[in-house]
Design a protein around this ligand. Sequence first.
Ligand SMILES: *Cc1c(COP(=O)(O)O)cnc(C)c1O
Length: 374
Amino acid sequence: MNVPFLDLKKQYAPIREEIMNSIGQVFDRAAFAGGPFVQSFEENYAHFCGTDYAVAVNSGTTALWLALLAMDIGPGDEVITSANTFIATAEAISFAGATPVFVDVDALSYNLDPARLEEAITPRTRAIIPVHLFGQMADMDPIMDIARKHGLQVIEDASQAHGAEYKGRKAGSIGHAGCFSFYPGKNLGAAGEGGAIVTNDANLVKRMQMIRDHGQSRKYHHDVVGWNARMDGLQGAILNVKLHYLEQWNTARRRNARLYNELLDNLPGIQLPVEMDECKHVYHLYVIRTERRDDFMKFLAENGVNCGIHYPVPVPATDAYRFLDYTGDHFPVSEKYAGEIVSLPMFSELTAEQIEHSAAVIKQWVSKNEEVMV
Ligand SMILES: *Cc1c(COP(=O)(O)O)cnc(C)c1O
């Protein structure tokens, strides 16, 4: 049996006709750049997140960048984020002209550790970007408390957490702004690139709408230096269709995670993901940890189970951010986990048979590994 890490074709098959219809409508109205389909998606997505507004843009990276620009964060400013994230979080800070400051993650949740947040704050700090990694939200209450105390903006990077919840509140709705990616493999994915910022702040919305459209308040009247960051009409229409299925897809991901949890319970040397109190995890990724990770992944691949690593190098340890002079001592948890984490196959359409096969192969490796270890 071959178990793919992700199979997007399976997601598409049952909604093919609806998607094709929506594409036809975009062509019929020639609404290709921004336009009514994007606007309708913005309304629906804001409603889904429990916020007043959504601003759709052309990627998750752009969403983060635009939020920072709209908050006037730039050269001379510092923005705190998590050491274990996808590099886009840091890139957005850098492209806004600000400096990323990395904080280590909590050992159970893999998310920004609020206990280490305050020591990273300096007079230059303007914002915090907690990342809801793998589909589970960061511990937002203490993060918001610390931000309030120091007068900082909070931008949630919810690119892996569409529909996740923290104490009954949806990802993106707790900070001053929440940013999403609709990259095809995300829990809600476009047929190409896409992103959005959700917020309750009407002023911020006005600024972001202006910046994403060449700084225009009306056509050819450019109030500020902007950019072209609009979402395609096709993506808006497609996302509108797919949004109807998001809850159902997330439920399937949670069901798949539960089956993994049952089958892999108590295996020596394997650490399973932990659901934090009052958090609804939507399992963008199902991440376990094991020592001898490379051998583990090789054995799984040989037996048809395809895994990933998210991410093999903490962002401050990448060549791109070497200039900031961090050492592993600054982020011991992220550093250790980068050598141990493995993302098992995870998507809504994954079957029980595929999960059972993956678990059986993992158990074989564990027995083999125990012989090696004695
Ligand atoms: C995917 C992702 C992004 C970037 O989104 P793109 O749409 O690929 O630009 C940012 N942050 C995190 C945590 C992500 O997973």
